[in-house]
Design a protein around this ligand. Structure first.
Ligand SMILES: [Zn+2]
Length: 407
């Protein structure tokens, strides 16, 4: 064990470790790590770890605990203190709150803030290696930091135009329901599940008064979103997300491509089959990439034009767009391409919602951008132990909840 420090030394340690409202008792080296023994100052003593209310002491708990602090240079650092407990009126016998760390954390507040900042702003391996923690641990830290930030900010205040969508994670087996604010582009709510109950949980949290303020809701064509939205947000215009409309057309085109490719293969036209396979990517993108040989396949080319023209409706003023949409429905109905005939039926059924999206200027670019961002985060979060950790990382990144770097 080390020696007692003089007053000046103590102030230096408190400063170096970013410790406030804390009394430093001792500083020593233990197995190569720096350990700072502390206790909360009189203002912070005897507070419930959950609600921070001052409460009568219960016992000394389970001895001393250590919290990992930010490294000092290249040396690992820990804060060490006892774990006395209090009897809170609401929470019973609870370990006391400490000013340097969040309740139940094994890391200091500054350490966790830095991990959260790095998780949002750098790569997965950079966070884990730099901070010397496992990626799973990063997930737990994100959960604590996001939960605290969400208690301080009301993300559901002032919502007017929102988008509700589903995101698959874990290779498509599990889903999140997410809510985006179209005016700020922020993610404002997310929960595991994709069903009516999940959407209702969001509407419950929004509350009756704020439900009345919602002017527009965009979503895909699924009933599990549209149903509760119609029931609980009677004044909101329901729009069909441009992103999903274009996605359906892309899927229909892809189906035709596969049919044509299989036909060609069956016919033994190996050369043509190879060419079509290679054309898949081009067909997802731009007309100028099409070769003459590809254009000679009339069915495929027609499918391609149908998809492109549907995409066009989102680039025109409302009136022209509606005319083009109606023209498109007529064309698709008699195009003799089964997937597009089917799509024409779907679009006819959803016409009101599609037109509403155009009239309200719901741009596909924005909806798609937030969609893409969330998908990127779900990919990065792979390896977290729970959907909660993934949601936390998404909220830190896309709801602007990330704390600044500690300084
Ligand atoms: Zn309490």
């Amino acid at each position: 064990m080390g020696r007692r420090n003089d007053v000046r030394g103590i102030r230096v340690w408190a400063r170096l470790l970013g410790l406030r409202r804390t009394v430093i008792e001792d500083v020593f080296i233990d197995e190569g790590s720096l350990v700072v023994a502390v206790r909360p100052n009189w203002l912070e003593r005897d507070r419930c770890g959950v609600c921070r209310r001052r409460s009568p002491g219960a016992d000394q708990g389970e001895g001393r605990r250590r919290w990992r602090a930010l490294d000092l240079g290249t040396t690992l650092a820990f804060v060490e203190a006892g774990s006395p407990r209090v009897t809170c009126r609401r929470h019973g016998v609870v370990v006391c709150a400490v000013p340097w760390a969040r309740h139940t954390a094994r890391f200091t507040r500054a350490f966790e803030d830095q991990v959260a900042w790095l998780a949002v702003n750098t790569s997965k391996s950079a966070v884990a290696e730099l901070m010397r923690v496992a990626w799973r641990t990063v997930g737990g830290i994100c959960e604590r930091v996001a939960a605290e930030a969400q208690r301080e900010v009301d993300l559901l205040a002032g919502l007017k135009r929102i988008g509700i969508d589903e995101i698959s994670h874990r290779k498509g087996q599990r889903y999140l329901t997410v809510v985006v604010d179209h005016d700020t582009g922020r993610l404002v709510w997310a929960a595991a599940g994709r069903d009516r109950k999940t959407v209702e949980a969001f509407l419950d949290q929004l509350g009756e008064e704020r439900c009345k303020q919602i002017e527009l809701v965009s979503c895909d064509m699924a009933g599990w979103i549209a149903g509760p939205v119609a029931d609980r947000l009677p004044d909101a215009v329901r729009c069909v997300d441009p992103f999903h409309v274009i996605q359906l057309a892309t899927d229909a085109l892809d189906e035709i491509r596969r049919e044509v490719w299989n036909d060609a293969r069956r016919a033994g036209e190996i050369a043509a089959a190879k060419d079509l396979k290679g054309a898949r990517y081009a067909l997802w993108k731009n007309p100028e990439n099409l070769t003459d040989h590809q254009k000679t396949n009339q069915r495929l080319y027609r499918a391609y034009l149908l998809k492109e023209q549907l995409r066009q409706i989102y680039q025109l003023p409302a009136e022209a767009a509606t005319r083009l949409l109606d023209g498109w429905i007529k064309w698709a109905r008699r195009c003799r391409l089964a997937p597009f005939v089917k799509l024409a039926r779907t679009i006819t059924k959803q016409r009101a919602g599609i037109v509403a999206a155009i009239e309200h200027g719901l741009s596909n670019a924005r909806v798609e951008a937030s969609n893409t961002q969330i998908r990127m985060i779900t990919r990065r979060a792979y390896g977290f132990h729970s959907a909660g950790a993934l949601i936390a990382l998404a909220m830190l990144s896309l709801a602007a909840l990330c704390p600044p770097l500690p300084r």
